[in-house]
Design a protein around this ligand. Structure first.
Ligand SMILES: *[C@@H]1O[C@H](CO)[C@@H](O)[C@H](O)[C@H]1NC(C)=O
Ligand SMILES: *[C@@H]1O[C@H](CO)[C@@H](O)[C@H](O)[C@H]1NC(C)=O
Ligand SMILES: *[C@@H]1O[C@H](CO)[C@@H](O)[C@H](O)[C@H]1NC(C)=O
Ligand SMILES: *[C@@H]1O[C@H](CO)[C@@H](O)[C@H](O)[C@H]1NC(C)=O
Ligand SMILES: *[C@@H]1O[C@H](CO)[C@@H](O)[C@H](O)[C@H]1NC(C)=O
Length: 380
């Protein structure tokens, strides 16, 4: 079973679990449910409210995309902000007839051959009727984007009768390039059959061989009834592709808290091939419930971190960024904040480092590491 594995991983890296469960109606702070482990560093502040952040480093600036009406874009010369809102990717509702057409989720933007591609999600809570759409622009500052519509549909919509769109959920896109061939792959998925990958056509707005996609399953939890993995991201470093994802309950904590460790956490596996198979640090396959926890709730302050991405840094310094809830601020989606940490690699496994000094309580007096400049960035 997956559960004992999960618990042993968590108990190995945290203080003993506490068992008190809050009542769903509880509105005060249920301090019993927080992990107080200091095994993870506190976040460096990104100084922006965001859920499922996506950051693209381009031309000495950070461009941040987030879910919201027509996909808001922010810009800053520093990952700590201040952020300027540039406008939105879509200038009107998505051309795709799926979910809430004015309010896409979880965008991911990449840069390839002089064009920016923003992959966005249309869906509804708990529904597999979902689409990943894409919009492009040649100039990230100011030029209107062109909406190309759906790349894939699941549940309903054109092509949704093609396997694996018949069993998967077309949300949470990210894109990775094979280091050798340059081939682009779309990673996507959430719950149901987990995280999947399909090759993209050269024009990047459709799947190669749409009628018979060369799809592979990258991560899955076969033995549990609930399969809470989503938000896939892939990075590459020193011969390994790293498959990152969020595991657990993402949101709606104001309606109740899960058992400790069942809230969002950031997990990873790695493979020598972009197509897998991926295994975690213990050797468990990611399609058999594996995934090493890299960053979870900590210090009784940070709760349910997830929705992550990795910036490929120069000087070997990668940055893990994500959203998290601050237990002394609140648990609504709109209260999620951008946080980030540099990554060290121990035996080739990423470990977040640095971060705010836990003994200070003021965000203004943080001991953030200096922000380096990034000459390269990982796509996705
Ligand atoms: C879409 O989402 C926005 C923002 O949450 C909301 O204001 C709007 O009413 C929604 N539209 C539909 C058709 O549900
Ligand atoms: C998904 O779409 C189908 C076809 O349009 C519809 O019958 C079904 O009710 C939708 N399911 C959900 C959960 O919205
Ligand atoms: C959490 O919020 C408190 C109160 O606003 C603030 O002092 C602290 O710096 C925040 N910590 C983090 C990690 O966001
Ligand atoms: C980014 O901001 C931090 C403070 O938030 C500052 O210490 C750092 O020097 C800034 N980096 C650059 C490149 O301006
Ligand atoms: C990311 O950085 C690593 C090491 O610096 C490098 O090998 C790799 O090619 C980079 N990837 C991208 C997509 O820039």
């Amino acid at each position: 079973m997956h559960l004992p594995i999960l618990l042993s991983v968590i108990s190995a890296i945290t203080v003993p679990l506490v068992s008190a469960l809050p009542s769903p109606a509880q509105s005060d702070r249920p301090s019993q449910i927080y992990k107080t482990t200091n095994n993870y560093p506190l976040p460096n502040p990104g100084n922006l409210p965001v859920h499922d952040p996506n950051i693209l480093y381009h031309d000495s600036n950070y461009y941040l995309f987030k879910g919201g009406i027509h996909v808001p874009i922010y810009k800053s010369a520093n990952i700590t902000g201040p952020w300027t809102e540039l406008g939105t990717v879509l200038d009107s509702d998505s051309v795709i007839h799926q979910g809430n057409r004015s309010r896409p989720w979880a965008p991911t933007t990449i840069h390839k051959n002089g064009l920016f591609y923003c992959y966005y999600t249309l869906s509804a809570q708990g529904s597999r009727n979902s689409s990943i759409g894409v919009a492009t622009t040649p100039v990230i500052d100011g030029t209107p984007w062109t909406d190309h519509g759906a790349v894939i549909n699941t549940g309903t919509g054109p092509g949704s009768d093609v396997y694996p769109y018949t069993v998967t959920n077309a949300i949470d896109a990210s894109v990775v390039f094979d280091e050798d061939s340059g081939q682009a792959y779309l990673n996507y998925g959430s719950f149901w059959q987990g995280i999947w990958q399909v090759p993209l056509a050269d024009e990047m707005v459709s799947v190669e061989d749409a009628g018979k996609p060369d799809a592979v399953q990258l991560a899955f939890i076969p033995k549990e009834k609930r399969k809470p993995i989503e938000g896939a991201w892939m990075s590459y470093r020193s011969g390994f592709y790293y498959l990152w994802f969020s595991h657990g309950k993402c949101c709606h904590f104001q309606k109740g808290f899960p058992a400790p460790g069942k809230e969002y956490s950031i997990r990873v596996g790695r493979s020598k091939s972009v197509r897998g198979p991926f295994v975690d640090r213990k050797g468990t396959s990611l399609i058999d419930g594996g995934g090493t926890v890299v960053y979870g709730s900590n210090h009784g302050v940070v709760y349910a971190p997830g929705g992550l991405g990795v910036l490929n840094g120069s000087e070997g310094l990668d940055v893990l960024y994500y959203h998290y809830l601050n237990t002394s601020v609140g648990f609504k989606n709109g209260q999620a904040q951008l946080g980030w940490n540099y990554l060290d690699y121990e035996d080739g496994w990423p470990v977040p480092v640095g971060g705010q000094d836990p003994t200070t309580t003021s965000a203004a007096s943080t001991h953030a590491l200096p922000v380096r400049s990034y000459s390269t960035i990982f796509f996705g």
